[in-house]
Design a binder for this molecule. Structure first.
Ligand code: UDP
Ligand code: MN
Length: 258
């Protein structure tokens, strides 16, 4: 059978949240056998996310895991200073390990960390169903490059290195969107998770170091020659008109979910 893809998405409230999640849900609707684990960075589940999941018809699990105030990025702080999505992804891993019903064969699952703002081609989901341990592939528009990708040995077709120019000394210098993991492997290694205290850029290495060696990585997407996912980032909208309205105690989205 086709393995189930467990797509883990951390998400947080901001003006573009519904637009991002709508776009992502419409991608996921095109994918067979996908289970969406959406984890809100909030104290409680919000109606916005609950409504969206209900409408989408995608098999899903809705969780929450608030980032403590001291780990939240301050308004003007550069975004590399604080890790994002860490406790939310760990919450989803905990659910997969402890609460996923026992009758699922864990060998038949693949876990992918799908941030809410990236752009995904359907093809990436077919690729990750081939994974035995950990699969890797190129990611567009990340790390200061058009594409970050594993470099393969020309004769063995195994991963020999990476083209990343940013902190290339990292054990796994790849982006969160550039790999997926066999579910059974994750269940067998409960120590594999993310951490608030590792340096910027080391989250991927933090989880993968427990699970595989570089040599074991499975290159996908046509020997890492195709880009099926892009690390796009959405500009925060300018809402100066909203500030004007607020002075009069009004808002444009009164009684409307935007
Ligand atoms: N995220 C979150 N809480 C935050 C900031 C981000 O849950 O305070 C989520 C966000 O919705 C996304 C993931 O964590 O799914 C990665 O964040 P972001 O896309 O901002 O990171 P970047 O693109 O800069 O790596
Ligand atoms: Mn992002």
């Amino acid at each position: 059978d086709t393995p189930v893809i467990y797509a883990i998405t951390p998400t947080y409230a901001r003006p573009v949240q519904k637009a991002e999640l709508t776009r992502l849900s419409h991608t996921f609707m095109l994918v067979q056998n996908l289970h969406w684990i959406i984890v809100e960075d909030a104290d409680d589940k919000t109606p916005l996310v609950a409504n969206l999941l209900r409408k989408s018809d995608i098999p899903h699990t809705h969780l929450v895991a608030p980032t403590p105030q001291e780990w939240k990025r301050k308004e003007k702080e550069p975004n590399w200073k604080k890790p994002r999505g860490v406790l939310q992804r760990n919450k989803a891993l905990e659910w997969l390990r402890n609460e996923l019903s026992y009758d699922v064969t864990t060998d038949q699952g693949v876990v992918y960390f799908a941030d809410d703002d990236n752009s995904y081609s359907m093809e990436i989901f077919d690729e990750m169903r081939k994974i035995k341990k950990v699969g890797v592939w190129p990611v567009g528009l990340v790390g200061g490059l058009m594409v970050e990708k594993p470099i393969l040995n020309k004769t063995t077709h195994k991963v020999a290195g990476f083209n990343s120019g940013w902190r290339p000394e990292r054990p796994f210098p790849i982006d969160m969107a550039g790999f997926a993991i066999n579910l059974g492997l994750l269940v067998d290694h409960p120590e594999a998770q993310f951490s608030l205290t590792v340096e910027g850029g080391y989250q991927e290495s933090e989880i993968l170091r427990h699970l595989v060696t570089r040599e074991e990585l499975e290159p996908l997407a046509d020997y890492c020659t195709k880009v099926y996912v892009w690390h796009t980032r959405t500009e925060a909208p300018k809402l100066s008109g909203e500030a004007q309205l607020r002075k009069k105690g009004m808002r444009s989205d009164q009684d409307m979910e935007v």
